[in-house]
Design a protein around this ligand. Sequence first.
Ligand SMILES: O=C(O)CCC(=O)C(=O)O
Length: 423
Amino acid sequence: MSHTFWAGTADREARMSSTMADPGRIEEEGYWLDLAQGQGLGINRPHVEVESAFSSPADDTDVAVAQKRIVAEGYCQLAPGKVVPLNDPHHLVENLRRGIESLKCEGWPASFIFLYDEAWVLAGRMANLMRRVSGNEISFDALAWHVDQDRGEGGFSPHRDRQPDDATSTFRADGMAKYTTAWVALTDANPDNSCLYVIPKAHDPGYEAGDDEEGEEDPMSLALPTKESYQHIRALPTATGGALLFTHRIIHWGSRGRKSTEEEARAGTSAPPRCSISIGFSDPSYERPYLVGQPKLGVEGTNKLPDFRSRLALVCAQMISYFERFPVDSVMLRAFYRVFCASKDLYDDRYAESTRKEYARAVQEREGENEGGSEGEDMLDEALEIMLENEAGGGVDFEDDFDDLEADGAGAGPSQPKKARHS
Ligand SMILES: O=C(O)CCC(=O)C(=O)O
């Protein structure tokens, strides 16, 4: 994709500061349709592309190579054309990228792209590929990024996606992981504008054995004990439409790119912000899908997608769960929680419980930052209610005293015991 497609940095700055998200309209389908007008995105459109878009163009050889690489190294790279066809007449990748740009301009997190059909068409293709490669099904841990290096933004800091108590048991006998993530680049992603980096399995002592949570050393230090060991770190630049598939145990991160030079900004040759989408897939015996009662995605011959209510419920819960990674103001956080409370019937119990706890943690963090006001007081009441309910229900893994609730710090890495992707 040509960089000239993009608005220049100054233009982007102007557009971003000129508009504001309106959390009061979050439940209005029409609001989201207006926001995406002209981007080729729809909501529950019976459009023809949906019917033919659930398979991945990867052939059996691609699948076999991907399986081998994932088992050997913990990840694999797929060239453009293996998730979405190269000459896609529906311009799925480009339209999603444009949609994310619009969301960002309006002040919404990029993950709101999952309100639109096209994100689920892509999810269907990813699900089809991942089922063939790993046997895992969509878990709905879905996120999107718009990383603007010119605003000093970076991707996620180093982490593992999951920290199971018994890591070894989360791999099948053939070595395939029971949890895998597919990450698709919607723009070129490279060291200039942010791309993923990994420490391959062979150089990571805790990959399969698990991490010593009581130990002195964190997993990064164990994997990088010497100067030479840093040479094992692998950058994974990915071209637009290319994909990375990786397991829940690989240490990975999204880098911070470099700020464009004045000359680049003037000439309009700055690298575009990095846009990407990632979705988690799991063996339900290891982790159940976050949403219940959803159509099976990525099955040829079916064309059903999650409905708008389910999409909104998912995105709002995800934004609560990832509050440290994608910070938002209190008004927006509260709007997410309102949607979450009205959507209880859609969530798996475990996911709902952990999201509620994350909301309480988010509120506590704000309290520490003195972000008060009447909104703040209501939020505090909600958080206290969650904690009291948890206590009454015999919950064990949630600090029961506000004073003990520690904000974990956005840079926390793989030493976090649970849900490392979240913290
Ligand atoms: O895109 C990024 O910066 C991080 C991606 C990631 O950590 C994931 O998809 O699990």
